[in-house]
Design a protein around this ligand. Structure first.
Ligand code: ZN
Length: 380
């Protein structure tokens, strides 16, 4: 590597460059942007080592680009309460360590970045998956960087519990998270049972990104809107949010086997379409509470996207637009325990041509069972 970089230089210069390369830079720099890297990525034939090109990466050493940056070494206060999490001004209550710029370790071959270890591979894969996901939303659904602002992607943050002088650190049971309010993304190194690491999973990133979209479109980045005196209403809203995230994970990646590439257990309950409907949910064995209900909505949208004459992206556009349409329904109903999936489905149907409403209603009624989808939501 070093020899390659010194080709054609005089001896004196080469000493200088050699020292510089070893001491300050660690490695030769690639030419770019655009930068290319050899990483594990989701392809139509599954996860493979491929050379990819980044469209927005501006600093490969720090894994930083126009869309945001990846940060390492963050420590999250596991005792931070909801108010801390959702209030950006209390960021310091959430982060014991706020995260550092990462430093990628790599070789260059033919101007392509070859990460030298697992962490470097994962850091690049995270940014690449983020870029791919963002690009889908930009191209197909017209979102811009201004809608989101630059994002912080936290790589393997540690959770710390500190009480009575005893400090415990560990990771969460969750695989990844979007944190409203802070609007940060967390990706954990979870377990040795993973196939493709969660940090490199395109479907997981696309799922979390959908939460960011929901927070922007439905929540208008104001976390107080999620608050409700009714846990029943909150559960329904969380289920809609999760169901949409799973559906959009499919729309963005074009695949329903993404989760399964990492965790078999997650795949069992979340691969579309699921094996239960609203009335068989209790006996389904699915244990993820509102996730399991959300999977019913995701399955209905998946069926609409795969059986009709609209593309997945077109169905996605309706699902996306309807996110803001039901905000008022939520405000009116949320404290009375009267908010449910019908409001979202109704707003979705309101955006569909009359000629297709009947077919879509039949699909929603199949998944939510006749009676659960009310007559007054616009079914013919
Ligand atoms: Zn989620």
């Amino acid at each position: 590597m070093i020899r390659e970089s010194l080709q054609g230089l005089s001896f004196g210069l080469s000493i200088f460059f050699c020292i510089c390369t070893v001491i300050c830079c660690g490695h030769k720099k690639p030419n770019g942007p655009p930068y290319q890297a050899h990483i594990v990525a989701s392809t139509p034939s599954g996860y493979q080592l491929v050379t990819v090109e980044f469209q927005t990466l501006t600093d490969p050493d720090a894994v930083r680009g126009t869309l945001g940056e990846v940060l390492g070494d963050a420590v999250v206060n596991a005792l931070a309460d909801d108010t801390d999490i959702i209030d950006p001004s209390r960021r310091s209550n959430v982060y014991v360590e706020s995260g550092k710029t990462v430093s990628l370790d790599y070789d260059i071959k033919g101007n392509v970045i070859y990460p030298k270890n697992f962490d470097s591979m994962a850091l690049l894969a995270m940014y690449y998956n983020f870029e791919r996901t963002f690009e889908f939303w930009r191209e197909k659904l017209g979102l811009t960087l201004a809608d989101f602002g630059q994002s912080r992607l936290f790589y393997a943050p540690r959770m710390r519990v500190s009480e009575n002088g005893t400090v415990l650190e560990g990771t969460l049971k969750v695989n990844a998270a979007f944190v409203p309010g802070l609007r940060d993304f967390w990706f954990f190194k979870t377990s040795r049972l993973e196939g493709i690491p969660i940090t490199m999973n395109f479907g997981v990133l696309a799922h979390e990104f959908s939460h960011s979209v929901f927070d922007m479109k439905f929540g208008r980045k104001d976390t107080t809107v999620y608050e409700s005196e009714s846990l029943i209403s909150q559960d329904e809203l969380s289920g809609i949010n999760e169901g949409l995230a799973d559906f959009f994970s499919y729309v963005v990646t074009g695949s329903v086997s993404e989760f399964g590439a990492s965790l078999e257990t997650v795949a069992k309950e979340r691969t579309l379409p699921v094996s239960w409907t609203y009335s068989t949910l209790a006996s389904s064995g699915c244990e993820g509470s509102y996730y399991c209900k959300g999977s019913i909505l995701a399955s209905a949208l998946y069926e609409i996207a795969t059986t009709g004459n609209r593309s997945a992206a077109e169905v996605g556009k309706i699902a996306f637009e309807a996110m803001s349409d039901f905000r008022n329904d939520w405000e009116v109903e949320k404290n009375n325990s009267t908010f449910d999936y019908n409001y979202y489905i109704g707003r979705f149907l309101a955006r569909v041509d009359e000629s297709q409403k009947g077919d879509y209603c039949t699909i929603f009624q199949k998944w939510f069972d006749s009676g659960r989808v009310r007559d007054n939501i616009g079914c013919p």
